[in-house]
Design a protein around this ligand. Structure first.
Ligand code: PLP
Length: 365
């Protein structure tokens, strides 16, 4: 059986280094907001080419804290509209609604699976204040066009970079393209810790200072609470694990690219559509999603061949029961893609033999 993802195997190469770090932390007895977090924040900011990186408890919290931060700074307010793609993980929408802002669901482009800049233009109203661009599957959308729309209309551009650590758009690192970006270190992400974790990156000093306070009960000095903050800290243990794994992230991305290239060259079946690559952006291949109008039959067939697959995602957010009031909205590209996508195993532990077996199985479908 070729599993979709086996985290014990993915993390095995880092075991000795992580064990050393854990021993140091156990000896020190300091578990939150310490040296390990500071070190990781420095390393991650440098990796993303940003002035600041702020560790938080999850990717969802990173998105929420960016919004809350802008609310405290007076740039966003309750009831403001935020344009987001509907074809994303639900966290993108939850961050907006949890802060009492209004999500405006936009459709995606067929090629990049990311928000369509034309849709953004169409959905702007006098209440629109921000756009969240999700770099789905590990690749950005047309960030030049999205940036242009945002600048022309005075909108904040927030990146949901949870799936795209290390990706670039015309040489610019994800996390440094918009006004602020949210990352997730959920175990299955390309840069994953061993629990929940997340980070915010930005070049904006005021936002950085604000979210640093907000993640720790709205406080900078103990028991002095300037804002109604939340508890969302990246623990010393998770930060230490991430500092170890960050050193190898570019290597991981290179391996993923080699596997993706193999799939792109090898898979040849008229019933299967391959993901498209764009010259102006680098892909981290967090997810390799093929498309087929016979998706469900293909999935069962691959399962019978011992190949485990996933569906990212079976329904766009505006069709989820949690967003019932949006269910009648029609976003044809998102809906169509949700019916046809299938993620095949792609991570550093899928051997060449396994890759060839997967290619052969798909070609024989
Ligand atoms: C994983 C993910 C999130 C949420 O991250 P968590 O750490 O699980 O809270 C947000 N957006 C996208 C696109 C994701 O893939």
């Amino acid at each position: 059986m070729i599993k979709y993802l086996e985290l014990n195997k993915v993390n095995a190469p880092y075991r000795a280094e992580i064990e050393d770090k854990l021993k140091t932390i156990l000896d020190k007895g300091w578990y939150l907001l310490g040296d390990e977090l500071e070190q990781f924040e420095r390393l991650f900011a440098s990796y993303c080419d940003t002035k600041h990186a702020i560790g938080v408890a999850s990717g969802l919290d990173a998105l929420k804290l960016i919004i809350k931060g802008y609310m405290e700074l007076g740039l966003l307010g309750e009831g403001d509209e935020v344009i987001i793609p509907s074809f994303t993980f639900i966290a993108t929408a939850l961050a907006v609604t949890d802060c009492h802002l209004k999500p405006v669901f936009a459709d995606i482009e067929t090629g990049s699976f990311n928000i369509d800049p034309k849709e953004i233009r169409d959905k702007i109203t006098s209440r629109t204040r921000a756009v969240i661009a999700v770099h789905l599957y590990g690749q950005t959308g047309d960030m030049a066009e999205i940036e242009k729309v945002c600048k022309q209309n005075n909108l904040l551009l927030i990146e949901d970079a949870a799936q795209a650590h290390g990706a670039t758009f015309i040489g610019k690192k994800v996390g440094s393209i918009g006004d602020a970006a949210a990352f997730s270190f959920y175990p299955g992400k390309n840069l994953g810790c061993m629990g929940d974790g997340g980070a915010i990156t930005t070049n904006d000093d005021r936002l950085a200072e604000m979210v640093t306070a907000l993640r720790n009960y709205g406080s900078r000095v103990k028991y002095e609470h300037l804002y109604q903050g939340i508890n969302s800290r990246l623990s010393e243990i998770q930060a230490a694990i991430l500092s170890v794994k960050l050193k190898y992230l570019d290597e991981e991305i290179r391996t993923r690219n080699a596997i993706a290239t193999n799939y792109l060259r090898g898979i040849k079946n008229p019933k299967v559509r391959l993901p498209s690559v764009h010259e102006d952006r680098s892909h981290t291949w967090h997810i390799f999603a093929i498309q087929s109008y016979e998706r469900d039959r293909l999935r069962t067939y691959l399962d019978e061949k011992g190949i485990q697959t996933q569906i990212h995602y079976p329904a766009p957010v505006h069709k989820q029961p949690a967003y019932a009031s949006f269910n009648s909205l029609e976003l044809p590209v998102s809906e169509n893609i949700a019916r046809s996508v299938l993620s095949i195993p792609l991570n550093s532990m899928v051997s060449e033999e396994e890759q060839d077996y997967i290619i052969k199985a798909i070609n024989e479908f």
